[in-house]
Design a protein around this ligand. Structure first.
Ligand code: NAD
Length: 501
């Protein structure tokens, strides 16, 4: 029976047992220092519990377990079919526990239960299934040689991977990295964001239940300065894959250069444009895409299309329709399936977003919906969905990543002006273009300097398509698609020479 009322989800919430320890070598263990940190529900500001605060000693223990597991070969050298079986069992267990995990994620992050059910209950298991299915169908190559040799090109797991995660899609970002890393045969040490440690810890327990050998998947909850830095600087971690802010991504390059030169895959911030060309009808579909492109997940989305470029002559029509849609958005209790926007992840983040709104006002942009101020009846860290008119290219709110529910409208006169402003950013993660003209669509798709261009719909692609950023949004590494596996594999040439001549 489908569960559909807030009361039902509150009942599930009341019965949850929250994970509270690190997961190292197949077991839940306290941090060696005994330190713990409070884990807060951002929608109510209530403390959910305390979680082990890992530091470098715990990371050492996790890496040692991961290395031992890797060296035994029980996972790293297992037949691809055997790895597939475990990943498929994990996908099935995740589906079985979808509601429990979705409610846990919603409480931990302030995200809506509807999004959590879709991400945690649907997308996350699909990732383990997809990479599980992929790995026994991935072939090496034979290079062309003369008859005297056979040149094989094979892939091997890199070794121990350090995965450092953000809080905005806690379990989905974990799955984006874990599924290909495990499929490739790596052992992993995962650090969830300190704001959202719960669901990754629960996933580790389910992975053990699915048959993943001890030590292959370790989770070290804790802070960036301690646990995160210890992963970045570890001499026995072979590769890091990081998702988070550009500032912290830069630190991981520094950590690598000051330790063992481990390769670092980076998925970072964005300031993505949404461009409406003058031939596109401003209909319900476009407006609903514009609003969700900027405000979905409370704008806490790396590819949020906050900068919305609209032909000057059609700005009023666009704004009127966007404002009507924003006014109808239901903001509030994340456990209510009718809620469309939940809370910001923390009090600090709420302050940061409100600071950007004040900066926008200070620089002359005009608030036409939302703005600073509390939402009546809500005690958690909420921000009202906010729309700015009179935004100009170059303003702080049009340049820096806000990561909150803010949509800014920037008018343009000619399409090339929109292309120039949209491209003029230190970031290059995503862009959306609405047009009925295929030539213009292709022109914009080719010229926009970013990892994903979405035409006539706001989309980040899906499991099959690589996701990553140009410029300061990312490194050459990609999550998702067959490309993601490359982050966790070495390429080896085996040259078999026969008798000469
Ligand atoms: P963040 O950079 O603050 O934190 C990310 C992770 O790094 C966390 O686990 C944190 O504990 C850790 N960390 C923080 N300081 C550290 C330090 N000094 N040393 C080592 N580790 C440290 O990012 P966030 O606030 O959690 O997430 C929001 C950011 O993530 C946004 O910029 C967003 O655009 C980006 N993001 C990018 C993608 C993508 O695929 N490109 C996806 C989601 C989020």
């Amino acid at each position: 029976m489908d569960i559909a009322t807030p009361t039902d989800y509150r009942t599930i919430a009341a019965g949850l047992v929250f994970p509270s320890e690190a997961f190292i070598d197949g077991h839940f263990v306290a941090a060696r220092s005994g330190a713990r940190f409070a884990n807060v529900n951002p929608a109510t500001a209530a403390i959910l519990g305390e979680v082990a605060a890992c530091d470098s000693e715990d990371v050492d223990a996790a890496v040692a377990a991961a290395r031992r597991a890797f060296d035994t070969g029980a996972w790293s050298r297992a037949a691809p079919e055997a790895r597939k079986d475990v990943l498929l069992r994990l996908a099935a267990l995740l589906r079985e526990h979808a509601e429990e995990l979705a409610v846990m994620e919603s409480l931990d992050s302030g995200k809506t239960i509807t999004d959590c059910l879709n991400e945690v209950g649907h997308e996350v298991p699909n990732f383990f299934q997809w990479y599980g299915e992929l790995i026994d169908k991935s072939f090496g190559k034979v290079a062309p040689t003369d008859e005297s040799a056979l040149a094989l090109i094979v892939h091997e797991p890199v070794g121990v991977a350090g995965l450092v995660l953000p809080w905005n899609f806690p379990l989905l970002m974990a799955a984006w990295k874990l599924a290909p890393a495990l499929a490739a045969g790596c052992s992993v040490v995962v650090k969830p964001a300190e704001q959202t440690p719960l669901t990754v810890l629960r996933l580790a327990e389910l992975a053990a239940q699915a048959g993943l050998p001890d030590g292959v998947l370790n989770v070290v909850p804790g802070f960036g300065e301690t646990a995160g830095q210890a992963i970045g600087r570890h001499q026995d971690i072979d590769v890091v894959s990081f998702t988070g802010s550009t500032e912290v991504g830069a630190l991981f390059l520094k950590y690598a250069s000051e330790s063992n030169l481990k390769p670092v895959g980076l998925e970072m911030g964005g300031k993505s444009p949404f461009i409406v060309l003058d031939d596109a009808p401003i209909d319900d579909a476009l407006v609903s895409n514009a609003v969700s492109a900027a405000l979905w997940n409370g704008g806490q989305n790396c590819s949020a299309n906050m900068r919305q470029f609209v032909p000057r002559a059609r700005k009023d029509e666009f704004l009127d329709k966007v404002l009507a849609r924003v006014a109808s958005l239901k903001v509030g209790d994340p456990l209510d399936p009718a809620t469309e926007m939940g809370a910001m992840v923390s009090a600090d983040h709420q302050r940061r977003v409100l600071g950007f709104i004040d900066a926008g006002i200070g620089e002359g942009a005009r608030v036409v919906a939302g703005g600073s101020g509390a939402i009546e009846g809500l005690d958690g860290y909420f921000v009202r969905p906010t729309v700015f008119d009179d935004v100009t290219h170059g303003m702080t709110i049009a340049t820096e990543e806000i990561f909150g529910p803010v949509l800014g409208v920037i008018p343009f006169s000619k399409p090339e002006e929109a292309l120039r402003m949209a491209s003029d950013s230190v970031y290059g993660l995503h862009a959306t273009v609405f047009t009925r003209d295929i030539d213009r669509a292709l022109h914009f798709a080719r010229r926009l300097p970013c990892g994903t261009v979405s035409i006539n719909r706001f989309s980040e692609g899906d499991i099959k398509t690589p996701f990553g950023g140009y410029k300061r949004s990312g490194s050459l590494a990609r999550d998702n698609g067959t490309e993601a596996i490359a982050q966790y594999q070495q390429t080896k040439t085996i040259w078999i020479g026969g008798p000469e001549g």
